[in-house]
Ligand binder design. Structure first.
Ligand code: ISL
Length: 569
C-alpha cells in the first residue's frame, strides 16, 4: 500500500509552523508500524506556494520551507533503510509562472522558449483585455477564465489551474525532453517512481492552424467547459509511452522496481485499461475520479447525497473493467478531497471509529493498490472552519471570491466549503493531545482540528480498538493473503442502500466482505439468499467491532471479512 504525505501538514521540525522533510524523517516509525510499502510525497520543490507546491519554480531542488537537498537525501536513505520506497510528485502539466522557463517565454514574442507555453492572441477582432477576448471560453479549475493576458506582449497564456500555473505545451519536443530530464535526475538520485499530476491534461486537442476550440457554456456562462479539448487528448498515449520508453524502460529492464501512477480527472475505465495495460508500457495505474464525483452536482460546489447503489455500480465497474488487463488504484481521500470519514462515514463521537474502520475495510479489500492519506489512518475528520479567514487553499479562496462577486449568499458558500474544501485534508496531522497536536512548536500555517485532544496517534498507538490498529491489521492481512492482493472480485447486493458486500476469490479460497455503511443495524437473514452459501461455517478473518461472528446481524458501521473456505462441500 501507498501512504501519501502532504509535507506542509505532516510534521514541523523547526517551529516555523510549516511541515518539513526532517519532520517526515523523524516520524518514519509511524509508517513502519503501519506496514507502509511506499511513501508518496506531495511536491517539495521550490515554489511560490500559490498552490502549496503544485506550482514549481525549480524541478531540481527543495523549497527552503521544507529543508534542503541533503535533508531529502537523508529521508530517502532512511525510507530505503526501512525497506520502503519513495515516490515523488511530478507536476509537469504546468510550472509556476516564476519558473525561469516561463520568465523566458513571457519575455517577448520572439523568445526561444515562447512556444513552451500556450500563448495565443485575443479572440479575432477583439482588443486584448476586452471582456470575452480570451482565445477560448475555457474556465479554469480554480474559478474565472483559464487565460490571463500578458500586457507587455499583448497575448494570453493558458492556465487550466491558477494564473500562477501556466500550462506547458507538450506538442513541443523540447518540452517533453526537458520533462524526461527532470524525471531522470530524480531517478538517478534514487527515487522509486512518480505520481503524475493531472497527467491526462498534457495533450491538448489543437487544430493544425494552432487554434483551440471553445467548449460548451457552463451554467449561465460566459465561461465554458474546455475539457473535451484537454482531458485524455489525442496524443496522450503517445506521450505516456514515450516517457516510459525514454526514462523508465531501461531502468526497469535493469531490475529497478519503479511505480508510476497518473492522476487523471475524468478518465474512463476503457481509457484506464489502455494506460495500465502492461503490454502497452505506459503507466502502472491511474487515479480515477468517478467515485469521488458521485456526491457532486454540476460542480464540486454543489454537493448532493451519495447513493450507495451509484457507489457500487461505479467501483464495481472499475473492478470488472480492470480485472483481466490493467490495475486499479484505490482511494477515498487525498489532499484534494474532504476527509473520508466525514464524507462517506459518520464523524460524530458515537460512530467515528466504527465508520472510519468500516470504510477502510471496504477499500482495502478491493483488488488494486490501496492509498492511505495522512491522518486517514487516525480517523481524522473535516475541520470546523466557519469563516473564510480559516481557509488557505487557492481553489477555496478563489471560489469564495467569485461566488460572492456573482451575488451568492456568503453563509451558503461557507456551508458548502465546510463540506468540500480541500483544506479539510490539509489541517496538521494529529500526533498527540498537546497544543498544536504535536505538529509544531510554533504557530501552524493552518489551524489544527480541535478534536486532536481526542483523536491523535499517541492515543491510538497501543489501543487495539483504535482506527490506527485496524489499519495495521488490514495492511498486514493484504501482505499475508494473496487473495486480498490479487483475488477475483465479485460485487453482491448491487441495489442495497446500506450494505456493501462482495467476494474475493483465488485458487479455491473465497472471502466474503460485508460492510454496513449506515448507523442502523441490518438483519442478516433477508440478505442470505443473495450471499454465497457457507456463512454458518465461515471464519471471521477480520472485523472492526468486537464480538464479530459470521451470522450475526450487522451492527451500525460493522465490517466483517469472512473466510468461506473449507465451508464448501
Ligand atoms: O481538487 C480538485 C477538486 O476540487 C481537482 O480539480 C484538482 O484540482 C484536480 O484533481 C487536480 O489536482 C492536482 O492538480 C492541481 C493541484 O491543485 C492539486 O492539488 C493536484 O492534486 C494543480 O496542480
Amino acid at each position: 500500500m501507498v501512504y501519501q504525505v502532504y509535507p506542509r501538514s505532516f510534521a514541523d521540525s523547526d517551529g516555523d509552523g510549516i511541515g518539513d522533510i526532517p519532520g517526515i524523517t523523524a516520524h518514519l516509525d509511524h509508517l513502519t508500524d503501519l506496514g507502509v510499502d511506499v511513501l508518496w510525497l506531495s511536491p517539495v520543490y521550490p515554489s511560490p506556494m500559490d498552490d502549496n507546491g503544485y506550482d514549481i519554480s525549480d524541478y531540481r531542488g527543495i523549497d527552503p520551507s521544507f529543508g534542503t537537498l541533503a535533508d531529502f537525501d537523508a529521508l530517502l536513505e532512511a525510507v530505503h533503510a526501512r525497506g520502503m520506497k519513495l515516490v515523488m510528485d511530478l507536476v509537469v502539466n504546468h510550472t509556476s509562472d516564476e519558473h525561469p522557463w516561463f520568465a523566458e517565454s513571457r519575455a517577448s514574442r520572439s523568445s526561444p522558449r515562447r512556444d513552451w507555453y500556450w500563448w495565443r492572441p485575443p479572440r479575432e477582432g477583439m482588443a486584448p483585455g476586452a471582456p470575452g477576448a480570451e482565445p477560448t471560453n475555457w474556465a479554469s479549475f480554480f474559478s474565472g477564465p483559464a487565460w490571463t493576458l500578458d500586457e507587455a506582449t499583448g497575448e494570453y497564456y493558458l492556465h487550466l489551474f491558477s494564473a500562477k500555473q501556466p500550462d506547458l505545451d507538450w506538442e513541443v519536443p523540447a518540452v517533453r525532453a526537458a520533462v524526461h530530464d527532470v524525471v531522470r535526475w530524480w531517478l538517478d538520485r534514487g527515487v522509486d517512481g512518480f505520481r503524475m499530476d493531472v497527467i491526462n491534461m498534457v495533450s491538448k486537442d489543437v487544430a493544425p492552424d494552432g487554434s483551440l476550440r471553445d467548449g460548451p457554456v457552463l451554467g449561465s456562462g460566459p465561461l465554458g467547459d474546455g475539457s473535451a479539448s484537454f482531458l485524455t487528448g489525442p496524443r496522450i498515449h503517445e506521450f505516456m509511452a514515450e516517457m516510459h520508453r525514454e526514462v523508465f524502460a531501461e531502468r526497469i529492464a535493469a531490475g529497478a522496481q519503479l511505480l508510476t501512477v497518473g492522476e487523471m480527472p475524468g478518465v474512463t475505465v476503457e481509457e484506464a485499461r489502455l494506460f495500465t495495460d502492461p503490454a502497452r508500457a505506459e503507466l502502472d495505474m491511474v487515479f480515477q475520479f468517478e467515485h469521488v464525483s458521485l456526491d457532486q452536482g454540476a460542480s464540486k460546489w454543489e454537493p448532493r447525497p451519495l447513493r450507495m447503489r451509484d457507489l457500487k455500480a461505479s467501483l464495481g465497474r472499475w473492478q470488472a473493467g480492470l480485472a483481466e488487463t490493467g490495475w486499479n488504484s484505490l482511494y477515498l481521500a487525498n489532499h484534494d478531497q474532504p476527509r473520508s470519514v466525514s464524507r462517506f462515514g459518520d464523524d460524530g463521537p458515537e460512530h467515528r471509529t466504527a465508520s472510519a474502520t468500516c470504510l477502510a475495510t471496504l477499500l482495502h479489500l478491493h483488488r488494486g493498490t490501496p492509498y492511505v492519506y495522512q491522518g486517514e489512518e487516525l480517523g481524522m475528520a473535516n475541520a470546523p472552519f466557519a469563516s473564510i479567514t480559516d481557509y488557505r487553499d487557492v481553489e477555496t479562496l478563489n471560489h469564495h471570491r467569485h461566488a460572492l462577486a456573482a451575488g451568492e449568499d456568503e453563509a451558503a458558500v461557507l456551508a458548502v466549503l465546510a463540506r468540500v474544501s480541500r483544506d479539510h485534508a490539509r489541517t496538521p496531522v494529529q500526533w498527540d493531545a498537546s497544543e498544536h497536536a504535536g505538529f509544531t512548536t510554533g504557530t501552524p500555517w493552518i489551524a489544527v482540528n480541535p478534536d486532536h485532544t481526542e483523536v491523535n496517534a499517541a492515543a491510538q498507538r497501543d489501543d487495539p480498538t483504535s482506527v490506527l490498529a485496524h489499519y495495521r491489521r488490514l495492511i498486514a492481512l493484504r501482505h499475508a493473503e494473496p487473495v486480498v492482493a490479487t483475488g477475483d472480485f465479485t460485487m453482491l447486493l448491487p441495489e442495497h442502500e446500506q450494505v456493501y458486500a462482495f467476494t474475493r476469490s483465488l485458487d479455491g479460497r473465497e472471502l466474503l466482505v460485508l460492510c454496513n455503511l449506515g448507523s442502523t443495524e441490518v438483519p442478516l437473514d433477508p440478505l442470505r439468499a443473495d450471499l454465497p452459501p457457507g456463512l454458518a461455517g465461515a471464519q471471521v478473518l477480520l472485523g472492526n467491532l468486537e464480538g464479530a461472528a459470521p451470522e450475526r446481524d450487522l451492527r451500525p458501521w460493522e465490517a466483517r471479512v469472512l473466510d468461506l473456505a473449507g465451508s464448501r462441500p
